[in-house]
Design a protein around this ligand. Structure first.
Ligand SMILES: N[C@@H](CCC(=O)N[C@@H](CS)C(=O)NCC(=O)O)C(=O)O
Length: 308
């Protein structure tokens, strides 16, 4: 099956877990049909850089020549395409997304440190080590993360205690009987924890309600997935035209028509530079051109980079 200009192409990792798992479950929640395009977990990622102007993180959603960086913007697109049932039907569109920030910024980062300090297979690769040291200078240090396990595992257990309490009345999901974005947001860090290789992968099993809930969340599934290679995804972008018209819903900062630059928060050798198309309180969109893709519009959350 070939991807067309309105199909969902998800740039992701098939074998590395974490945010790709979150994205696949959101697609599964919406019973979406989508194309999976796999990338390297370390730089260089030339095709992804051509599409995004240098954003290196995963996931990235492509719909024709519109490129959406990060899982929050994937959520926006899925909600717009298939509004019902909403992914935040129980947690609400404000608090539901706020809980996703907790899961991503606090719980996931804590678990990353535990997994990397607990024998995660990727950390044994010198190229992965060098890449992550460049991306997280002074922060990514496997030895330090190993030494910090005695502090970080109790901090994790403090958070698991909260989740176990939330599920203690026998409910199937965090907000009741139906799954919600909140379940997916908290599931994917705990799924990532399974990549420890020193026994810490079994921590969730100490919490009966969490262990049973994880099986239910995994059963949401991944929707209907087709493969697409990187050259195929670039060809879809080249053949398509961006859909968004210039729009602003915020008075502060650069406005549509202004030339802008974005220095990415996660290290990239390339900066995104082009005309601002959308100024929104949570996100921006920038017109970007590269020979491999032609004109595309790169949509990104404001937290993804520094805008000047
Ligand atoms: N805020 C981003 C975070 C995404 C993220 O941290 N993704 C990881 C992979 S799971 C990543 O891209 N790490 C750097 C890399 O793989 O190059 C989102 O919600 O999508």
């Amino acid at each position: 099956m070939l991807a067309g200009p309105t199909d969902l192409i998800v740039h992701q990792y098939s074998r590395e877990p974490a945010f790709s798992v979150k994205t696949r479950l959101m697609l599964g929640f919406k019973s979406a049909e989508w194309f999976a395009c796999d990338h390297s977990t370390i730089l260089p990622k030339p095709e992804l850089a051509a599409l995004t102007g240098g954003y290196r993180q995963i996931p990235v959603l492509q719909v024709g020549a519109d490129i959406y960086c990060g899982s929050e913007l994937v959520l926006d697109q899925l909600e717009a395409r298939v509004p019902q049932p909403s992914l935040t039907r129980a947690s609400g569109p404000g608090i539901g997304r706020g809980l996703a920030y907790w899961a991503e910024d606090n719980l996931f980062w804590l678990i990353v440190q535990i997994v990397c300090g607990s024998g995660f297979e990727s950390t044994t690769r010198p190229d992965f080590d060098a890449d992550r040291k460049q991306m997280l200078p002074g922060i990514y240090d496997v030895e330090q993360m190993r030494a910090a396990l005695s502090v970080n595992v109790p901090l994790l257990r403090a958070q698991l205690d909260l989740l176990e309490r939330q599920l203690a009345d026998g409910r199937s999901f965090l907000f009741g009987d139906a799954p919600d974005l909140a379940d997916i947001s908290f599931y994917f860090p705990l799924d990532f924890l399974r990549h420890c290789r020193n026994g810490n992968e079994r921590i969730p099993d100490d919490y009966p309600a969490i262990a049973a809930w994880m099986i239910r969340v995994a059963a949401i599934g991944h929707g209907r997935r087709h493969p697409i290679d990187r050259a195929g995804a670039l060809a879809v972008a080249r053949a398509a035209t961006p859909t968004i018209a210039p729009v602003s819903t915020i008075a502060e900062g650069p406005q549509p028509g202004d030339r802008v630059r974005v220095k990415w928060a996660a290290y990239s050798p390339i900066e995104l530079a082009g005309e601002l198309i959308e100024a929104h309180p949570r996100r921006i969109a920038v017109l970007w051109s590269a020979p491999e893709v032609g004109d595309v519009v790169v949509h990104l959350p404001r937290s993804a980079g520094e805008l000047t």
